[in-house]
Design a protein. Structure first.
Length: 129
């Protein structure tokens, strides 16, 4: 366990377990409601804290939808990646973008920034629509 890894809590493990059942991105409100339906007594603030820790430890992907809502899904790959998201059905594909990484590093360097991070989501309509 590294120094930056947070201590696992029962609530955090429960949120992570709930997310492992779904293939699509869901909001914190949906996670909260789903867990309550399953009999959990978890609070909404606890769900948000658990999600933040899971995102920081890269166990959960978070993305901002086209309309600005943040949604979450269990991370499927262990490496840095981006998402293609269908506006119609929500289908999401994880993609790597080495050109994006090179561009981000170059732009940051030109402006004297280092130790940068970024997120990138691409929205469109998949072939199923």
């Amino acid at each position: 366990m590294t120094g930056t890894t947070r201590r696992a809590t029962k609530q955090r493990e429960a949120v992570e377990s709930y997310l492992s059942d779904g293939a699509t991105f869901v909001s914190a409100q949906q996670i909260y409601a789903g867990m309550r339906e399953q009999g959990s007594t978890i609070g909404l603030a606890t769900v948000y804290r658990a999600l933040q820790g899971l995102v920081e430890d890269e166990g959960v992907d978070a993305l901002r939808t086209d309309d600005g809502e943040v949604v979450y899904r269990r991370c499927r790959s262990g490496s840095h990646h981006h998402h293609l998201v269908c506006r119609e059905c929500g289908r999401t594909v994880e993609v790597e973008g080495p050109a994006v990484e090179q561009w981000a590093d170059a732009v940051a360097g030109q402006h004297g920034f280092r130790d940068i991070s970024h997120t990138l989501e691409l929205f469109g309509t998949c072939d199923h629509h």
